[in-house]
Design a protein around this ligand. Structure first.
Ligand SMILES: NC(=O)c1ccc[n+]([C@@H]2O[C@H](COP(=O)([O-])OP(=O)(O)OC[C@H]3O[C@@H](n4cnc5c(N)ncnc54)[C@H](O)[C@@H]3O)[C@@H](O)[C@H]2O)c1
Length: 346
């Protein structure tokens, strides 16, 4: 039984607490929030959980095995570092931290202390995305040409981090997870309309070795609520729509193929064949909507953390995964600050 102490039980933290409290192998023993009003609700709903406004009490509590951090990102580094130093395993919400140097320090600290460090990259625990990853890995889509992801809605506006840092950790983690590699270069633009210096909308492009690209559009100032990812591969195309309950994945057997009787003609050299139809043919095949057996992604994520703590194995979204995402976000931020100038990643 893993005993959890949670810091931050605001709107998202409540969901984490509900899950950790409901798992067979974990028990929430302490909850902390700087806002006493928030704690009143916890006391009412979970009378057995000790509550406090002081994070250091949870971190020092000998009854706590693992600390779950769901406070605002600007506080993540200090709280996570203190918890690791106190010998606790740590789950920290996304974005792991807001600074690459802090991220590196956390990863080092976790490794030195042999502690589990997991980041809340929720999408990596989403059944539909895992299914899509299988299609990609098995070559069902062919070589991924390009991806684009949209995560937009109206609110919740943040003031410490912009829409890129608030939303795009999910999209970046998804793209890195699906492609299994990191970009070599990014470009990004964004704009702040509501609060000076805090971008409400951002468009980022991640460039990968070999030519694959991923476009990410995030905004909290948009009339639609969209959570959609399209993957265009050399054989097939796929769409993952997180809002389409029951039909989250669609695999389109669509593509453009080179005709066998003109083998020397390459897709990238259109000028070399007599007519368009001679060399290329469009394939309009069937659309497959695979059945996805859904479990709550957050429950799967919490279960995974508890299992990793029990078995002492690195989580799928461990600190190093958090750091990879952080480096991409940081590069996008630097590109935005230079009006979209390309920023290379090492
Ligand atoms: N994985 C997801 O899909 C997802 C969704 C939403 C939010 N989040 C993440 O969860 C985290 C929290 O977001 P939220 O929407 O719940 O914000 P929120 O403002 O609703 O809640 C944050 C809570 O933390 C408390 N807090 C702040 N600093 C504290 C400190 N030093 N000690 C103790 N308590 C402190 C606040 O009082 C507040 O109740 C963020 O990192 C956010 O990015 C993740």
């Amino acid at each position: 039984m893993i005993r959890i102490g949670q810091i931050g039980v605001g709107s998202w933290g409540r969901n984490l607490l509900r899950n950790f409290a409901g798992l067979r192998d974990s028990r929430v023993v302490a909850a902390c929030d700087a806002n006493p009003e928030v704690l009143k609700g916890i006391g009412r709903d979970y009378p057995a959980i000790r509550t406090t406004t002081a994070p250091e009490e949870v971190i020092a509590d000998p009854e706590v095995d693992a600390v779950v951090i769901a406070t605002l990102p600007v506080t993540h580094y200090v709280l996570a570092a203190q918890a690791l130093e106190a010998g606790k395993d740590v789950f920290v919400e996304k974005p792991m931290v807001l600074d690459v140097g802090d991220g590196e320090r956390l990863v080092r600290l976790a490794e030195e202390r042999e502690r589990i460090l997991m980041v809340g990259h929720l999408m990596e625990y989403h059944c539909a995305l895992l299914q899509l990853k299988e299609y990609v890995d098995q070559g069902e889509l062919g070589a991924p040409y390009y991806l684009y992801s949209q995560r937009v809605n109206l609110g919740k506006l943040r003031k410490d981090e912009n829409a890129l840092w608030s939303f795009a950790p999910h999209d970046v983690s998804v793209v890195l997870f699906l492609l299994g590699k990191e970009p070599i270069r990014v470009t990004a633009v964004g704009q702040s309309y509501l609060r000076k210096g805090v971008e409400d909308v951002a468009f980022a492009i991640l460039h990968f070795e070999g030519g694959a690209m991923a476009h990410i559009h995030v905004s909290w100032l948009d009339p639609h609520k969209i959570r959609k990812l399209t993957v265009v591969g050399s054989r097939k195309m796929a769409v993952f729509d997180d809002m389409a309950t029951g039909e989250m994945i669609r695999i389109y057997d669509k593509g453009v193929e080179q005709n066998v009787d003109s083998p020397s003609i390459g897709l990238n050299r259109p000028g070399e064949y007599a007519t368009y139809g001679e060399s290329l043919s469009l394939r309009w095949g069937d659309v497959l909507i695979p059945r996805v057996v859904m479990t709550e992604p957050l429950r799967a994520e919490c279960e995974h953390f508890v299992q990793c703590v029990e078995k002492r194995i690195p989580p799928r979204s461990d600190g190093r995964d958090g750091l990879r995402v952080l480096r991409v976000l940081d590069a996008c931020q630097r590109s935005m600050e230079q009006q979209g100038a390309p920023v290379a990643l090492g």
